[in-house]
Design a binder for this molecule. Structure first.
Ligand code: PMP
Length: 400
C-alpha cells in the first residue's frame, strides 16, 4: 500500500479532463503581457479568469514602488516579524488599511489564506464557537480546523438557519464568531448581510466578513460589501486579500476593536511564517491608494460586469447568481459540457476557469468568468461572441 494510492481517484479525475490542448486545471500560462492579455498554448488570449478586478497588475506606479523597494530593501525579509522584526512598510500598510476603515487596528498576513487561518484560529479557541456559512472558502474551513473552537455550520446565505443555531447556544452565543464572505467566488453570490447583522446582534455574537472578492469592487471607497450596505459600524472584523483587487499577494484583518493588536501574540499563522517581502508591501501600499481613489476603476468594472451579465442572461444560460458581480458562474449540466465550453472559449481566444467538484458547491460544473476594470468594451464583445458561438454549437443536454 503506497502513500500515493489515495490520490488515484484525483489522478483519474484529472486524466478524465482530456489531454488535447492546455490542461483546464492549473493551466500552463506561457506568459502574461498585461492585465488582460496572456499567451496560452502558443497563442494570445484575453485573460478572463484571473480575479484581477481592478487590473492593477501592470499599473506603472505599482511596479515602480515594487522596484524601488526591491533595490533599496532587498528581495525578502528572510523571517517572521515576531522573531526577525517589522519593516516600515509592514507597519505603514497596517496603519493605512485600518485608517481606510476608520478603525484602530489592522494586521497584515503573508497570504489571504493565512489571514483567515490566523484570525479564526487566533481569535476563537477552546470553549468558544465558530459559526461558518456552509459555502465558505477552504481557508475559513482550515481556520476552523486549526482552532480549538467548536465549529458549527449554517446553511448558505440563510440567516434563519444561523438564528436557530445561535439560539441553541443561549448565553454561550457571546463566545461565538459568525463568519461570512462578502462575495462567494464559486457562484458569485452575495450574503444577505443586513439580516446576518440583525441575527448576530440579537444573540450578542461576533461577526467577521471575508471581503476577499468584494474588496476594491463594492462600496464608494472600495472597502467591500460591508461598506456598500452601510454596515461598517456593525461588524467586528474584516478579512481581505492582496491577491485580487490589490494585484499582489498577502492578506489582512482589520477591526474596530483595538484589542485585535493582541492577536499578533497568539496567532500561529502570523507568528510562524516569513513576513511579506518589501516589494510586495510597497506595491500593495500603492495599489491600496489607487483602490481607495478608484471610483473610475470601479465604474469601468461594473460597466463590464453589467454588459456581460445582460448578454449572457439573454443567451438563456443558468447563472450562479442573479446579483451581477466580478465573477460570473455559468452553470452547465455536466462535466463534459463544462469542459467543452472551457476548451471552446480558449479556442476562441478567451481564458476562463473550469470549476468542478469537489471545489464547487452542490456538485455543480461551472464555467467561471472573472472581469476586470482593464477589460475594454471590445474584450467584452469578444467574450460574448465566443459564448454565443458556443451556445449555438455545444449541446446543453446532460450527457450523464
Ligand atoms: N478568502 C476567500 C473568500 C478566497 O476566495 C480566497 C482565495 N481565493 C482567500 C480567502 C485566500 O486568499 P489568497 O489566495 O490571497 O491566499
Amino acid at each position: 500500500m503506497s502513500l500515493f494510492e489515495k490520490f488515484q481517484a484525483l489522478a483519474a479525475t484529472r486524466a478524465g479532463l482530456g489531454s488535447d490542448g492546455p490542461a483546464p486545471i492549473a493551466t500552463p500560462i506561457d506568459s502574461v503581457r498585461s492585465a488582460t492579455r496572456g499567451m496560452i498554448g502558443g497563442r494570445e488570449v484575453i485573460l478572463a479568469g484571473t480575479n484581477n478586478y481592478l487590473g492593477l497588475t501592470f499599473e506603472a506606479s505599482v511596479i515602480e514602488a515594487a522596484q524601488q523597494a526591491l533595490s533599496e530593501l532587498g528581495t525578502g525579509t528572510t523571517g517572521s516579524r515576531m522573531a526577525n522584526g517589522s519593516y516600515v512598510d509592514h507597519r505603514a500598510l497596517e496603519t493605512e488599511l485600518a485608517a481606510a476603515f476608520g478603525w484602530p487596528a489592522g494586521i497584515v498576513f503573508s497570504t489571504g489564506y493565512q489571514a483567515n487561518l490566523g484570525a479564526l484560529s487566533g481569535l476563537v479557541g477552546d470553549g468558544e464557537y465558530l459559526l461558518v456559512d456552509s459555502d465558505s472558502h477552504a481557508s475559513i474551513y482550515d481556520g476552523c480546523r486549526l482552532s480549538q473552537a467548536q465549529t458549527i455550520r449554517f446553511r448558505h446565505n440563510d440567516p434563519d438557519n444561523l438564528d436557530r443555531r445561535l439560539a441553541r447556544l443561549g448565553e454561550e452565543a457571546s463566545k461565538a464568531l459568525v463568519v461570512v464572505e462578502g462575495l462567494y467566488s464559486m457562484l458569485g453570490d452575495q450574503p444577505p448581510l443586513a439580516e446576518f447583522v440583525e441575527v448576530k446582534n440579537r444573540h450578542g455574537a461576533w461577526l467577521l466578513v471575508d471581503e476577499a472578492h468584494s474588496f476594491g469592487v463594492f462600496g464608494e471607497r472600495g472597502l467591500g460589501l460591508t461598506e456598500q450596505m452601510g454596515l461598517l459600524d456593525e461588524v467586528d472584523f474584516i478579512v481581505g486579500t492582496f491577491s485580487k483587487s490589490l494585484a499582489g499577494i498577502g492578506g489582512f484583518c482589520v477591526s474596530p476593536h483595538a484589542e485585535l493588536e493582541l492577536l499578533r501574540l497568539a496567532s500561529r499563522p502570523y507568528i510562524f511564517t516569513a513576513s511579506p517581502s518589501p516589494a510586495v508591501m510597497a506595491a500593495t501600499r500603492r495599489a491600496l491608494a489607487l483602490l481607495l481613489e478608484g471610483q473610475d476603476l470601479r465604474k469601468r468594472l461594473h460597466r463590464n460586469i453589467n454588459h456581460l451579465y445582460e448578454a449572457v442572461k439573454a443567451m438563456g444560460h443558468e447563472l450562479g447568481s442573479d446579483q451581477p458581480g466580478p465573477v460570473m458562474a455559468i452553470i452547465l449540466p455536466d462535466r463534459a459540457t463544462a469542459l467543452a465550453h472551457w476548451r471552446g472559449l480558449l479556442d476562441r481566444g478567451v481564458y476562463a476557469n473550469l470549476m468542478i467538484p469537489p471545489a464547487t458547491p452542490a456538485g455543480l460544473n461551472l464555467l467561471r468568468i472573472s472581469l476586470s476594470a482593464a477589460h475594454s468594451e471590445d474584450d467584452i464583445n469578444q467574450i460574448v461572441a465566443a459564448l454565443q458561438d458556443l451556445r449555438e454549437t455545444v449541446s446543453l443536454t446532460a450527457t450523464g
